[in-house]
Design a protein around this ligand. Structure first.
Ligand code: ADP
Length: 501
């Protein structure tokens, strides 16, 4: 049964019970009051007739002060007649409770008569035919006799009044119930609307519409429940999207990984097959073996990079105080003498907090990429400057540049802008993914700015080695403490994004 119907039904039952019980007590109370009034009047009438009988008996001339049965009948008859029009009914009985006179229609049974005692007045309600009567009985002492007077007062109207009262009340109750049922139906429907909206939202979400939200139609507890539900739905939706993105990224990774593995393996197997099945001249033999060697080297480089990424991803940072001079000195040693690309190093002295080898790896990757992307002779610049938040490194080239679309995806594992060019340089699209992971460990990220055909600039910030008040430089983080991988703070194009491997 619907919840609104349950509310409706319980209200109707409660109202019906309340109206029924209330009505019963009300009508009965009125009836009791009327009956008490009638009882009083019946008793009054009985005592008036008692008094009238005794007076009449005194006025009758009697022999030796004896009251004859005939005189009793006569007085009874005249008393009945004097009350004509009022429906007076009376019965007179002698000392032996034998009836001497009875009005026509007076009940025959003598139960009340038998119960009349000295100086008491007794009464009862009787229902001989279709009428109700209050029968009253009392003892009379007249002259030498003790007689019994009984009267009957018709109270059928009071009973009819009660029946009418019940009927009116029943009809009124039914009418009230009918009207209030209609009203309650609308009220119950209105009250349960938030529940229906919540159910609808839950169903929509179950069907996959995660962005659907329940409409909040009230500010009470139901409204609060809707708000909480929507909040929960929001959090769930976010988690689901994150999970979906993660699953998608994993699938992309596996697809790219299989592809990157398949290409060199196919070449290696093909050339190995040629070598074992045919006798080749020396030159072709060398070329085939060389191909197997270079592709094998590429596979080795790729697996090492992957290993690096996995280790970096799972690892924790052992931060140390690093003099930027050490990093720039390293780069100078590696690239300073390169004739193909003139390198410029411009940097401010400074100390940073990070892991030297990992930072060297980042700068090496960026410098390598800059070389690969630039025509021979094009300059490459590496800058270092102190900024309020940290020390900022920039590797800038004047090479092919990267489109905004590629910029967004460039740090994804196996993503290569120009696959043949990357592969020809033993690349597999893992260098920047590794850089992003390392920088994430340092609480940083890659910032990439690039224009196609003009060149690119890769920047990242590493926290300063903090200075103490006495001027000596010492970081709270550096030393033996370890920093676990934290999310990238970089605002670059997808550079520090949390990407699954
Ligand atoms: P790889 O190890 O294959 O070089 P990376 O992850 O380092 O892979 O780089 C991903 C892609 O980004 C490469 O395909 C490369 O073409 C492009 N790329 C990286 N650095 C630059 C740059 N400075 N200029 C232009 N393209 C770049």
């Amino acid at each position: 049964m619907k919840f609104s119907y349950k509310i409706l039904l319980s209200c109707i039952i409660t109202m019906a019970a309340a109206l029924g019980i209330g009505g019963y007590f009300f009508v009965n109370d009125v009836f009791q009051a009327s009956m008490e009034r009638e009882m009083g009047q019946a008793a009054d009438e009985n005592s008036i007739l008692q008094f009238a009988f005794e007076t009449a008996a005194l006025n009758i001339p009697a022999k030796y002060d004896l009251l004859q049965n005939s005189a009793v009948k006569e007085i009874g008859s005249s008393l009945e007649k004097s009350g004509q029009g009022t429906g007076r009914l009376l019965r007179l009985s002698d000392e032996n409770r034998e009836v001497l006179y009875a009005s026509e229609g007076f009940v025959e049974d003598r139960e009340l008569l038998a119960g009349i005692e000295k100086q008491t007045r007794v009464y009862r309600v009787i229902h001989p035919d279709e009428h109700y009567y209050i029968q009253t009985g009392a003892e009379i002492r007249a002259l030498d006799r003790t007689l019994y007077l009984e009267t009957m007062r018709d109270v059928t109207a009071v009973y009819q009044e009660r029946s009418r009262g019940f009927a009116v009340y029943r009809n009124l109750t039914l009418l009230i119930l009918l009207i209030s049922s209609v009203l309650m139906f609308f009220i119950a429907t209105w009250l349960t609307r938030p529940i229906r909206l919540l159910t609808q939202a839950a169903r929509k979400m179950t069907d996959g519409d995660y962005s659907y939200r329940a409409e909040q139609v009230s500010r009470d507890e139901m409204g609060q429940l809707t708000q909480d539900f929507n909040h929960m739905a929001g959090v769930l939706e976010e988690n689901i999207h994150e999970l979906e993105a993660e699953v998608q990224a994993r699938e992309d990774f596996i697809a790219a990984f299989s592809h990157e593995l398949k290409t060199p393996l196919t070449a290696v197997i093909g050339y190995a097959d040629v070598l074992r099945s045919r006798k080749l001249d020396d030159e072709k033999h060398f070329l085939s073996a060389n191909y197997i060697y270079t592709e094998g080297k590429r596979l080795e480089a790729m697996s090492l990079r992957l290993l690096d990424i996995i280790v970096t991803k799972r690892g924790a940072l052992t931060p140390e105080k690093v003099d930027v001079e050490m990093l720039f000195g390293y780069l100078r040693d590696m690239y300073g003498e390169k004739e193909e690309h003139p390198f410029t190093f411009r940097y401010e002295p400074g100390y940073i907090c990070g892991e030297l080898d990992l930072l060297k790896s980042v700068l090496l990757n960026l410098a390598d990429n800059a070389c690969k992307a630039s025509e021979p002779g094009k300059p490459i610049e590496v800058f270092g400057e102190n900024r309020p938040e940290g020390y900022y490194f920039t590797v800038k080239d004047y090479g092919v540049g990267i489109s905004p679309e590629d910029c967004r995806r460039i740090t994804e594992a196996f993503y290569m802008v120009d696959k043949s060019r990357s592969r020809s340089h033993n690349g597999a699209g893992l260098g920047l993914a590794l850089c992003a992971e390392i920088l994430k460990l340092h609480g940083s990220g890659l910032e990439i700015t690039s224009t196609l055909g003009e060149g690119s600039s890769f920047g990242f910030e590493i926290p300063h080695e903090e200075k103490k008040d006495d001027g000596t430089e010492e970081s709270q983080k550096c030393g033996s403490d370890r920093i676990d991988g934290v999310h990238s703070a970089g605002g670059s194009a997808g550079a520090g994004a949390d990407r699954p491997l």
